[in-house]
Ligand binder design. Structure first.
Ligand code: CP
Ligand code: NVA
Length: 315
């Protein structure tokens, strides 16, 4: 059964991920306006800032004949205490789907429970699944493989905070049967729940998913080196403490020497140069971060087609 909502990587099967990436690849190869979502509107609720997610979803809707509405929390009655449940039921009467970037993952689950239309996670404290789909497309392109199943022979290393990115990647790798190692400082690993869920999914797929403490161990021979900020949105008051704790987790030239010579570097962006990644690596020949950012658009189109495409507007 297809899920109504896309809240977690675990909402998709390996076959569905493969399908979305195949659609994204096709749409990227021929970027022409279509009528795939003609007459459909997407509401985009933002409790946090966004550049890539906001613009790629809006442009994706436009290029498929639909409309995207940016709804900051400030402008919605949510700000004045209207409940998520009432917001969800109201918006479902106008929109074909809702994309939300929220502080609390639980709030997105509440919104989805009460919405009659699909809800798409545009980042929460726990997950960022749309980003992982774009990352997968980027890795497939870099290693010239046709399907995510072909990525099984590659080793993906994540270095840094066991945050929303790390958690969605763990699940994605576990679903697809990939080899994924995250190196995180003690106390900053992905949540236990995610580690358990990834282990369970790995048993079925044959994935090798691990969390280690030593970045050099994770990166040794890796084909993909991924990092993200040490201080995510909403954690700003911890920034200084985190800079100390994560110091040894910087993706720099010395760490990159441990990786496979053809390794690529990914970062979901925005990046903090000289913190989680040096400018020389981010701007260097192994970095594909802007191709990765572009792929958000193509993947968003595929996600929107899958989740909004088959449904008519709520009446
Ligand atoms: N990677 C990403 O989601 O970027 P934004 O925060 O700019 O949307
Ligand atoms: N972990 C980062 C990702 C930004 C796209 C954050 O949540 O701020």
């Amino acid at each position: 059964m297809n899920p109504k909502d896309f809240l977690s990587m675990a909402d998709l099967s390996a076959a569905e991920i493969t399908d979305i990436l195949a659609i994204a690849k096709r749409l990227k190869a021929r970027r022409v306006p279509s009528r795939a979502l003609l007459g459909k509107s997407l509401g985009m609720i933002f409790q946090k800032p966004s550049t890539r997610t906001a613009v790629s979803f809006a442009v994706a809707m436009y290029e498929m004949g639909g409309l995207a509405l940016t709804l900051s929390e400030q402008q919605l009655q949510l700000k004045r205490g209207e409940t998520l449940a009432d917001t969800a039921r109201t918006l479902s009467r106008y929109l074909a789907g809702i994309m939300i970037r929220a502080h609390r993952h639980e709030d997105v689950e509440i919104l989805a429970r009460y919405a009659d239309v699909p809800v798409i996670n545009g980042l929460t404290d726990k997950e960022h699944p749309c980003q992982v789909l774009a990352d997968l497309l980027t890795v497939m392109e870099a290693f010239r493989v046709k399907s995510p199943a072909d990525l099984k022979k590659f080793h993906i290393a994540y270095v840094g905070d066991g945050n929303n990115m790390a958690q969605s990647w763990m699940l994605g790798a576990a679903i697809l049967g990939l080899h994924f190692t995250a190196a995180c400082p003690r106390g900053y690993e992905p949540d236990k729940d995610f580690q358990i869920q990834a282990l369970r999914l790995s048993k079925r797929s044959g994935a090798r998913v691990a969390v280690v403490e030593d970045p050099r161990e994770a990166v040794a021979g890796a084909h993909v080196v991924y990092t993200d900020v040490w201080t995510s949105m909403g954690q700003e008051e911890e920034a200084e403490k985190r800079r100390d704790i994560f110091r040894k987790f910087q993706v720099n030239e010395s760490l990159m020497e441990m990786a496979h010579p053809k390794a690529i570097v990914l970062h979901c962006l925005p990046a903090h140069r000289e913190e989680e990644i040096t400018a020389s690596v981010l701007e260097g020949p192994q970095s594909v971060v802007f191709q990765q950012a572009e792929n958000r658009l193509h993947v968003q189109k595929a996600v929107l087609q899958k989740f909004l495409g088959g449904r008519s507007k709520s009446s």
